[in-house]
Every structure is written in structure tokens, then in C-alpha cells.
Design a protein around this ligand. Structure first.
Ligand code: ADP
Length: 661
């Protein structure tokens, strides 16, 4: 069957990436989009675009009916679902076929077979694929789980049968925590998947996540395209992915590859799929689940094999046979990928939204690939996954790829929205990662303690530059507004600028030696004086001489908030010079605010109750995850401003605790 035009039922980087392969094969592309994505990058890159309406996924990218209608109306013969959204929805795959459209994924029956982690485990048991010890039966009552968890032995892991993306997943250390964990996981699963069914597994302590890329054609051939190691995870979500897995021998690769092919063949698989395993210290591997779609991390496999997996998906959908035999599958060099997210690593990794005021990606080049879904000026909306781009580096050796990727990260400028670059660069630079020894426990165990992973303190030069930029912005504002005349502008006058970074208060004395367009200033920091000459600042880039050394920084000033791009990441500084005592710096506050838009799913305290610092007050559900909100101080609850089930906005005040004197 021929494909002249392909509709991509997705957004962001994966939509752009799929269209790129389509173009290379001479196939036209159709983008679909929600109302708020009208100006998104994937829309700009498509030949034809169709507005699905809505903003929420349920009103847009999950509207299978509208997507199929869009494909028919635009003359597409095939639909690529990307990942997430409808990619593992068997009903959608079926509806495509019924409408006479090719679905670029496996047959609906194969999606169904792997759709439930419980059913998949039962099937794999039959196919002779090793499983993590656990219970995946029908009975769902607390007693059954208590008995089964006791049999397996704690710690155990509760998982949503319909799960994905770490949702509905809870580690339980002791029997005493089981009941609460089960009901919370069931709630999360119900909200995210409309299905509360759970399974329970032995929680392996320091495994590695090693997954096998499989590919099958419709003529009965199935290959494995080597493995990927995705052990670097935060809360069971992948952060860094690489291929091949460090230290995996040829024998183990073959054993895992063959088990994965067995898994795929057991369900009549066609197309690209991934069989995920946990690998323990003794080299034993256990089936976890099969993802019946293209994975986020497929580029590392493409890098070491030189293959284009999306092109293969298109060929297989057209009915062509796989072009290689198992022996011919290449494995050259090493590739590493990181996921660039709009999120705040310093604030518990909560998703961030807002405008990408300044956004520059490292240029692609030999051994460097950037799969991006955004452009400068785009709005990162709270409605969708906050992944902005994937950064991939490839080298002859793992260490070469690792060092290249750190450079790629450092050259990626992202201002206006919180990002995780510095966190990623710190991870890649960590000796345990460099040694290839990290397990899935790495971030959880090391992040809290390891200073190399902590938010970096602003350097003296950065603080001096920040103070100079704020001075200059004030001086320019006063030149335009006579009422403000003289504000921070008179030469010779000493100024004090107070900045807040994380929870720290930083004071910088500023002496104005020469004002004007290129002011000369002397910045006095705690232990140093730095002479600053601002050469140029246009609202985006600042050039300055600091103690005679010229530097160029990206920056973005938004009210009293200054974003300064330093080496490998953002610094976000708040100008609190004039805030006086109203801004409590350093002290925890008794006012609990919503960290993001969401819904309150639990209220655990009432007015008049005494609470301790760190006590759980509310549970907020946002982005389909539950977030515990805790008391910042010891004290008495004066007001509870929300009820269970209520929708709340970012920064809305939820609870007031009167702190003990
Ligand atoms: P999801 O589909 O929600 O992503 P997975 O079943 O793929 O969930 O598991 C995600 C991650 O959770 C794995 O990569 C692994 O790090 C961890 N994990 C899953 N099962 C276990 C287990 N039994 N023991 C230890 N870690 C596990």
C-alpha cells in the first residue's frame, strides 16, 4: 500500500521528528493541533494543518474521531501516533483500519495484549520470558494484596495495570503503609487511566533498566536492534538514556534480544516496539512490560545502528520486508540522550510553564542531534508534557559521547521558563555516571546528598553582572519617566541591590563611577570587589567587562525577576531591594500556596488544628500525579481555603498556618 501523505497525531518534538522522516521519503505531512498550539513548531513544519479545537488533551490530541476525520479530509493514507496520547490505544488503531487508514503501529490485538501490565505478564509467563516475582491476578481487595505482598516480601512495588509514565506506582516498604499506598495508587490510576486495577511486584533494590528495541515486519520476521540503558530515572521516569548499555556483554545482549523477540512474536507483533527488562547485579533479567510504539529514546538506537526507525515504520506499514538479518544489525560507537524539560529541579521538579523568552539550541553537527518541538517565543502550556527537546550525542566511545553531550547542554540557552539543563549536566558529569555504574536508585540516593548535583550558587561575576543589569534597567526606566528621575542613576552614589536566589539573600553594593549608556560600576560583594563596564545590553544579550575580562550572557528581565544564563544553565534572581520586610527571605512561611494548577484530592487538616513542620496538609493532583503539600512551619492552622475536589490555580493560597512564636 502506498503512502503519499501522513498525518501525525501528536505534537512537540515527536511530531516534528516523524515529519522529518516522511519528508526524506517524499511523503507529505499533515499536522493536527489544539487551539492553543496554533502557532506551535510542529504546525509550522507541516504541509497541511488541521485544528482539532480545545486545549486539554481530552478535547484535542485524544479526539480520535476528529483526527480520523482530519486524515480523510486532508487526503492522508496513514496516521503516525507518536508516543503518548493515542499511540497505545487499540480502539483508535482499529478505528483507523476501519476508516481505511494505515495505523503506523502494531495491530490492535497486539496493543490489547500488552495494554494491561497484568495480562501482559501472564502472557509472557506462558512464552517463557522471565518475570519479576509478583502478583498480577484478578482479585483487587486489600486482603489479597496484603497476603501477596507478604508472600513476595517487602519492599514491594504497586503498579497500575493500565499504567504508564510512572503514574499509579508506589513503593511500599512495610506492611503498615500498604493500605494507604494502595488507595492512593488506585486513585491515581483511576484518574490517569480510568482503571484502578493494580498489580504488585518485588521491588528490586538497585536494578538497571535495560530495554530491547524490536522491529517486526508483516512477513513474520522480527529483529532486535540492540538495547538501551535507561537506568538514570527520577521517580521511575527516564532522565538519561543510552545505547549500548555500559558493560553489557555480547552473550547477555543476545539472551535479552532473543527473549524480547519471543515476547513480540508471542503477540503477533508488527512494527517498532520495546521490551523493557530489569537487570540485577548478577546479570539476571526480568520482563517488566512491552511498549507497543516508538519510544522517546529511539534516537540513541538510531545513532548506534545508523537506521531511521520512523522510515522503517513507514516501510513496514507499506508491507515491505525488513531490509536486514539479525547478523547484519550494526552496533557502532555509543550514544546518550537527555530530555530537556521545562521544570524546576530546585523546586521539586514541578513542571514549569510560560513563555520561552530566549531559547537557543546547540547547533546540530557531527555526533550531535537535537530533536526539538519548540522555538523561541513559544508558550509552554500547562496542558501538555513539559518536554521541550531531546539532546543526543554520539561518539566512538561512551566517554566521548558523554563529554559532547555536556557541551551540547551548556550551549543550550533557555530563559523565561525554568529548565533542567544544569541538573542534566551535573548528572552527566557525576563520577558514578561517568563510570557507567549508575542504577535506577542513583538519583534518589545521590541527589539529596551530593553537592555536585545541587543547584549551583551564583558566582561573584554573575552577581556583579546581575546587579549592573538591574541598575541599568532602573536608570533607563527613570530616563523615560521623569517622576523616577535620579533613581539609581546618579554617578558616585552608592547603591545597594538585594537579590534573592533560592532561599538565600544576597547583597551587592554598587558604586556608580560613570553613568550613561555604557556605565562603569564597582560591585562590592561579600569578599570581593569587581569592576563592571556594561558594553551592551539589549534585553536579551549583555556584553560586559568584569575586572577587564569580557563576557557575553543571555539574560531576560521580567519585572523584578532576572534570568541570567551562566555556564550550563539558568540563574534566576529576584530583585528584592525595595521589597523591605514584606518578603521573608530565608524563613519558611506559614502560607501554603499551590505550586501549580491542579485539583485538591485530599484535605488532611482542619482549622484550629496543631501541625508540625513537614506534616502532610493537602494532596494536589496535577499533570495526573499526586503531589503532597506539607506544612512549612510548626503552628496552628488558621484557615483552610480549599475543599476536596476543588480546582486551584498556581500560587493560590490554600492554607494559612500561624507559626509558633
Ligand atoms: P511505567 O509504565 O509507568 O513507566 P514501568 O513498569 O515501565 O512503569 O516501570 C518504570 C520504572 O520503575 C522502571 O524503569 C524501573 O526503574 C522501576 N521499576 C519497575 N518495576 C520495578 C521493580 N519491580 N523493582 C524495582 N524497580 C522497578
Amino acid at each position: 500500500r502506498s503512502i503519499q501523505r501522513l498525518l501525525v497525531a501528536n505534537r512537540g518534538e515527536i511530531a516534528c521528528r516523524v515529519m522529518r522522516s516522511a519528508r526524506a521519503l517524499g511523503i507529505g505531512s499533515v499536522a493536527v493541533h489544539s487551539d492553543i498550539d496554533r502557532h506551535a513548531r510542529h504546525v509550522a513544519e507541516a504541509d497541511i494543518t488541521v485544528d482539532l479545537g480545545g486545549a486539554k488533551p481530552a478535547d484535542s490530541y485524544l479526539r480520535g474521531d476528529r483526527i480520523i476525520a482530519a486524515a480523510l479530509a486532508s487526503g492522508a493514507q496513514a496516521i503516525h501516533p507518536g508516543y503518548g496520547f493515542l499511540s497505545e490505544n487499540a480502539d483508535f488503531a482499529r478505528a483507523c483500519e476501519e476508516a481505511g487508514l494505515l495505523f503506523l503501529g502494531p495491530p490492535a490485538a497486539a496493543i490489547d495484549a500488552m495494554g494491561s501490565k497484568s495480562a501482559a505478564k501472564a502472557l509472557m509467563e506462558e512464552a517463557g520470558v522471565p518475570l519479576v516475582p509478583g502478583y498480577h491476578g484478578e482479585a483487587q481487595d486489600l486482603e489479597t494484596f496484603r497476603r501477596e505482598a507478604g508472600r513476595i516480601g517487602y519492599p514491594v512495588l504497586l503498579k497500575a495495570a493500565a499504567g504508564g509514565g510512572g503514574k499509579g506506582m508506589k513503593v511500599v516498604e512495610h506492611e503498615a503503609e500498604l493500605a494507604e499506598a494502595l488507595s492512593s495508587a488506585q486513585r491515581e490510576a483511576k484518574a490517569a487511566f480510568g482503571d484502578a486495577r493494580m498489580l504488585v511486584e518485588k521491588y528490586l533494590l538497585k536494578p538497571r533498566h535495560v530495554e530491547i528495541q524490536v522491529f517486526a515486519d508483516s512477513h513474520g520476521h522480527c529483529l532486535y536492534l540492540n538495547e538501551r540503558d535507561c537506568s538514570i530515572q527520577r521517580r521511575h521516569q527516564k532522565v538519561v538514556e543510552e545505547a549500548p548499555a555500559p558493560g553489557l556483554g555480547a552473550e547477555l545482549r543476545r539472551a535479552m534480544g532473543e527473549a524480547a523477540v519471543r515476547a513480540a512474536q508471542a503477540i503477533g507483533y508488527v512494527g517498532a516496539g520495546t521490551v523493557e527488562f530489569l537487570l540485577d547485579e548478577r546479570g539476571q533479567f526480568f520482563f517488566m512490560e512491552m511498549n507497543t510504539r516508538l519510544q522517546v529514546e529511539h534516537p540513541v538506537t538510531e545513532a548506534i545502528t545508523g537506521l531511521d526507525l520512523v522510515a522503517w515504520q513507514i516501510r513496514v506499514a507499506r508491507g515491505e520486508a525488513l531490509p536486514l538479518t539479525q547478523e547484519q544489525v550494526p552496533l557502532n560507537g555509543h550514544a546518550i540522550e537527555v530530555r530537556l524539560y521545562a521544570e524546576d529541579p530546585e523546586g521539586g521538579f514541578l513542571p514549569a510553564s510560560g513563555r520561552l523568552a530566549l531559547y537557543r539550541e546547540a547547533p546540530a553537527g557531527p555526533g550531535r542531534r537535537v530533536d526539538s518541538g519548540v522555538r523561541e517565543g513559544d508558550e509552554v502550556s500547562p496542558f501538555y508534557d513539559p518536554m521541550l527537546a531531546k539532546l543526543i550525542a554520539y561518539g566512538a566511545t561512551r566517554d566521548e559521547a558523554r563529554r559532547k553531550l555536556i557541551r551540547v547542554l551548556e550551549r543550550c540557552v533557555l530563559l523565561g521558563v525554568d529548565g533542567n539543563q544544569r541538573f542534566l549536566a551535573n548528572l552527566l558529569a557525576h563520577p558514578d555516571f561517568a563510570a557507567g555504574e549508575a542504577t535506577t536508585a542513583f538519583i534518589g540516593e545521590r541527589f539529596a546528598e551530593d553537592p555536585s548535583l545541587q543547584p549551583r550558587q551564583p558566582g561573584a561575576e554573575e552577581l556583579a553582572l546581575a546587579a549592573a543589569l538591574l541598575y541599568q534597567a532602573g536608570a533607563e526606566a527613570s530616563a523615560h519617566q521623569p517622576g523616577l528621575a535620579g533613581w539609581r542613576s546618579a554617578a558616585g552614589a552608592p547603591w545597594k541591590i538585594v537579590l534573592k536566589h533560592a532561599e538565600q539573600r544576597l547583597e551587592i553594593g554598587l558604586e556608580v563611577l560613570e553613568s550613561g549608556r555604557r556605565p562603569r560600576l564597582l560591585a562590592r560583594l561579600e569578599r570581593r570587589e569587581i569592576a563592571v563596564r556594561l558594553l551592551d545590553c539589549d534585553g536579551r544579550w549583555a556584553s560586559a567587562e568584569l575586572d577587564g575580562i569580557r563576557r557575553r550572557h543571555a539574560y531576560h528581565l521580567d519585572g523584578g525577576r532576572l534570568w541570567l544564563y551562566g555556564h550550563g544553565g539558568n540563574l534566576e534572581l529576584l530583585d528584592v531591594t525595595h521589597a523591605g520586610a514584606s518578603v521573608q527571605v530565608g524563613a519558611s512561611s506559614g502560607t501554603l500556596k499551590a505550586p501549580m494548577d491542579g485539583a485538591i484530592v485530599e484535605v488532611l487538616v482542619g482549622e484550629g488544628e496543631r501541625v508540625g513542620k513537614g506534616q502532610l496538609l493537602l494532596v494536589l493532583e496535577a499533570m495526573k500525579m499526586e503531589h503532597p503539600l506539607k506544612a512549612g512551619v510548626d503552628g496552628v492552622v488558621r484557615r483552610v481555603q480549599v475543599g476536596r475536589g476543588e480546582q486551584v490555580r498556581n500560587r493560590q493560597v490554600l492554607v494559612e498556618v500561624e507559626a509558633d512564636a
